[in-house]
Design a protein around this ligand. Structure first.
Ligand code: F6R
Length: 608
């Protein structure tokens, strides 16, 4: 199974067909990934032709005349905004000042603001708000002191920090296209007298099933009948083998995974990296703006509400601030008279379109509060209402059940809490540094958690006829219990409850009987011993206990032990939710449900 996962879509073509036809078809094949704008560049007679805009591909094709573009080489792009709202000028391709270099980009350039400043100082003029345009100008700048385009490209790329996949066309070299990969996927398609490149195989699968996967830190120079792959740092040629793909088109859209949800669960390491890269430079400024607020209210719904609960623990423990977490649907009834200009409202919403969350934000604004939104969809309504926005950079999420958008929300909230603590001085620099280092390692920890997939599938087989599940956790593990239960009910339709483990003996224990599955979130930390007692309470009622933790002690008390990597307790919500997502997924599939489209649910709840 390949791991071709990403946000925007790239398709490049060089051969004997009209490039625009191949590209428009390719872009349509990439539509399922989600996008807000699209664009194409082709070349003929040493001149670039560019058409781009915000909107659907079919509409743009008709309005702009995509299919009338001349030339037999070109690149197309579907954009899902990360920097700059979706509009015509921010759509890709982006060009340099001379108009001789055009490029498209997936990913995030972390240090673009600094580079843009430098290039503005050197007299470059910018036409968009994108990080992408910076790359075109940077190559143009390097070209002045390089002997050829390839050298300039390499020099420019060395200066970029972040994740990127690029497709580049240059009028000065009419027989070739360049494609670069660094932490954002790219694959070449090798045809007969024609060569393709794309961020995902379905884009060209109709023409060829012979592919070459690029690895991080590599770039390819393609012509109609050749390709060469080289290392970005040294320019050294890398030998690559051609692989034959046997996937159907539908399988290819899901990168070989049977469902989008599973693909998105597996995308989490990359998504978390992007969340870190995408916010590293701006988090300080946002934290400074909100550091003085003492009345902080998180508003959100569903999975985003669980992220808010984790946010509360992070703010309490690190920044010594005690936020209130309120369901957005209840906020206006409870808080109308309690909000003023000393209040900070943090709205968490993947879609940025959840009606209840938007209503809460609007009320907060009306009452003079400062509103910070933590959002995945760039340019969504929430970002327009908010004073400040942090993006989660998870990429489009197609499965209805939130997975990668949740772990990226947690990532962003962790970064924010760390920075707040640093500004306010409520934690030692050493502690904060250690947390930052551990946060950078969370993608690896998620990879480790993903390795339990086979065991969790077997567990799901054993438990597929269970009627009820209980998830228990304490402290920062409590929201994880809630989220595990929510995932299970929404896609497997099995009744599940997330409980604070301390509450168990105050009522819910009456429901525990022989063989009832109890999933215990039990990382080492403040409440570990207490969790062990809670597990024993459940065991005494003959529950079937599945324990997630890093201590071997759990092996003795639980029926099933899911070994988790050691990490600071405050970061456990990120890796610990992963096995719970997988368990819910397998139970849904085994019970014959489509996890991508659970009954009665919509991806975005735009009515109250
Ligand atoms: C559950 C899920 C929902 C959403 C909720 C809020 O898997 O996806 O509970 O979390 O509808 O949606 P957003 O985050 O878009 O505001």
């Amino acid at each position: 199974m390949g791991k071709v996962v990403d946000v925007c879509g790239i398709i490049g073509y060089i051969g004997d067909r009209p490039a625009c036809e191949v590209i428009v078809k390719g872009l349509k094949r990439l539509e399922y990934r989600g996008y807000d704008s699209a664009g194409i560049v082709t070349e003929e007679g040493g001149r670039l032709y560019i058409k781009k805009g915000a909107g659907r591909i079919d509409e743009l094709a008709e309005k702009l005349g995509f299919l009338e573009m001349p030339g037999k080489r070109g690149i197309g792009h579907t954009r899902w905004a990360t920097h700059g709202v979706p509009n015509d000028s921010n759509a890709h391709p982006q060009t340099d000042c001379s108009g001789e270099i055009a490029l498209v980009h997936n990913g995030i350039i972390e240090n673009f603001a600094e580079l843009r400043g430098e290039l503005l100082g050197k007299g470059h003029t910018f036409k968009s708000d994108t990080d992408t345009e910076t790359i075109a100008h940077l190559i143009e700048e390097e070209l002045k002191s390089s002997s050829n385009f390839e050298e300039a490209l390499r020099k420019a790329l060395k200066r970029l920090k972040g994740s990127f996949a690029l497709g580049i066309i240059y009028t000065g070299e009419p027989d070739r296209l360049y494609f670069v990969r660094n932490e954002s996927p790219l694959v070449l398609g090798i045809g007969d007298g024609e060569t393709f490149a794309a961020s995902d195989i379905p884009a060209f699968l109709e023409y060829t099933n012979r592919v070459v996967f690029l690895d991080d830190g590599e770039y390819a120079v393609i012509t109609m009948d050749s390709y060469v792959v080289k290392k970005l740092d040294t320019g050294e040629v890398v030998e690559k083998s051609v692989q034959e793909i046997t996937w159907t088109l539908e399988m290819a859209e899901k990168a070989g995974y049977p469902h989008f949800m599973l693909k998105e669960i597996h995308e989490q390491p990359r998504a978390i990296k992007d969340a870190i890269h995408g916010n590293r430079e701006i988090i300080r400024g946002i934290a400074e703006e909100i550091a003085n607020y003492d009345r902080i209210i998180f508003v959100a719904m569903g999975t985003s509400y669980h992220a808010a609960l984790v946010g509360k623990y992070l703010f309490q423990r690190l920044a010594k601030k005690v936020p209130i977490v309120e369901e957005a649907s209840e906020f206006r009834y409870e808080f109308e008279d309690l909000i003023d200009d000393r209040t900070l409202v943090i709205a968490i919403t993947q879609s940025g379109e959840t009606a209840d969350t938007l209503a809460a934000m609007k009320l907060a604004k009306k009452k003079g509060a400062k509103v910070l939104a933590v959002v995945n969809v760039v340019g969504s309504m929430a970002t327009r209402i908010a004073d400040l926005t942090l993006y989660t950079h998870a990429g489009p999420e197609i499965g209805v059940a939130a997975t990668k958008t949740y772990t990226t929300q947690l990532t962003v909230l962790t970064m924010l809490a760390i920075e707040l603590a640093r500004i306010i001085g409520t934690a030692s620099e050493e502690h904060l540094r250690r947390l930052e280092e551990e946060l950078i390692r969370t993608p690896e920890l998620v990879e480790l958690a993903l390795k339990h997939d086979g065991a969790l599938r077997e567990l799901a087989e054993a438990l597929m006829d269970s009627r009820d599940f209980f998830y228990i956790g304490r402290g920062v593990g409590f929201p994880t219990a809630l989220e595990g239960a929510l995932k299970l009910k929404e896609i497997s339709y099995i009744h599940a409850e997330g409980l604070s483990a301390g509450e168990l003996k105050h009522g819910p224990l009456a429901l525990i009987e022989d063989g009832v599955p109890v999933v215990a979130i039990a990382p080492s930390g403040k409440t570990f011993e207490k969790m062990v007692s809670n597990i024993e309470e459940a065991k005494a009622r003959r529950a079937f206990v599945i324990a997630l933790g890093d201590s071997k002690k759990l092996e003795k008390v639980a029926d099933v032990f899911i070994q988790m990597p050691e990490v600071d307790e405050l970061l456990t919500p990120i890796p610990y939710v992963v096995p719970l997502q997988l368990l819910a997924y397998h139970l849904a599939v085994l019970r014959g449900n489509d996890p991508d489209k659970p009954r009665n649910l919509a991806k975005s709840v735009t009515v109250e």
